[in-house]
Write a new protein. Structure first.
Length: 278
């Protein structure tokens, strides 16, 4: 009887997981299905699981569209996301390590001040940030799109919590060898902190890739558009280019899927090991 109940529980759990997986995959199916369909298949009164005619030419049409430089937008988003991720990891990890390991007066107050910035709505700092970037002449430049977004208080918080639990024995051994805080950080701490770097890097990369409002305001030149701004141009007050919008959305999420598949095993481990317990 016990084995039968356990078998039923496993079967029920499997059914639930399959159902949840199917629900999760529905948006991706819709993107691919509508992206490879014609306008009539998308807006028609009768829905079909597959489009009447699979139009692979929609992909070529997307990248040949002269009004939307999709390929260049993908390249811009890649450069911005990679640079933002690298810069954020460097700055936030240094801040987190300093807060966790370097003793100095007012360390806790500085940490609480950083946490306090998380409670400030982004709308409050948006206009001052734009005025500063405009004054520096960074409109429609990569500097304007990257530099103001480099520091993340949330990333610094995660790194600080992780480094509080980092084995002090490794750092003590480095100090015996004559290493200071800087070289200990680079030679000992960073090489042994791959999970938290991968987890925070994934979060920052996804956030940078999906950012819309800041790139929309700063990237006023078409050559500085990101992929999210390019996607928005398919849906205007005059026209809605449905099949290009869907195929563009499908193409735009491919880098995120690659990053997530490669680093997914680090995400949970990194977040768990940087928990909020002191």
């Amino acid at each position: 009887m016990g084995d039968g109940l356990r078998g039923f529980a496993r079967a029920l759990r499997l059914v639930i997981l399959v159902a949840l997986a199917a629900l999760f995959l529905i948006p991706f199916y819709l993107l691919v299905r509508n992206g490879l369909a014609g306008e009539s298949d998308i807006t028609g009164a009768h829905w079909t699981f597959f489009p009447t005619h699979v139009r692979w030419g929609n992909v070529r049409e997307l990248f040949d569209d002269p009004s939307v430089p999709m390929l260049h937008a993908l390249w811009n988003s890649t450069r911005i996301a990679v640079a933002t991720t690298a810069g954020t990891l460097l700055l936030a990890s240094l801040a987190g390590y300093g807060l966790a390991r370097i003793p100095y007066p007012w360390a806790n107050q500085v940490f609480y001040g950083i946490l306090g910035t998380l409670m400030i709505p982004s709308a409050v700092t948006f206009v001052p940030s734009f005025v500063l970037v405009s004054t520096l002449g960074w409109i429609s430049t990569l500097r304007g799109l990257i530099v103001p977004t480099l520091f993340s208080a949330f990333a610094a918080f995660l790194f600080r919590q992780y480094f509080l639990g980092f084995p002090r024995e490794l750092e003590d051994a480095a100090r015996v060898d004559g290493l200071g805080y800087w070289r200990t950080y680079w030679r000992v701490v960073v090489p042994n902190s791959a999970p938290v770097f991968a987890a925070v890097g994934t979060i920052v990369f996804v956030g940078s890739w999906n950012a819309f409002l800041w790139p929309l305001v700063i990237g006023q030149d078409q050559q500085s558009w990101t992929v999210q701004v390019a996607l928005a141009t398919f849906n205007t007050g005059q026209t809605v280019n449905l099949h290009e919008m869907f195929i563009a959305a499908a193409v735009s999420i491919l880098p995120l899927l690659v990053v997530f598949v490669v680093l997914q095993r680090f995400i949970v481990a990194g977040v768990e090991r940087s928990g909020i317990d002191e």
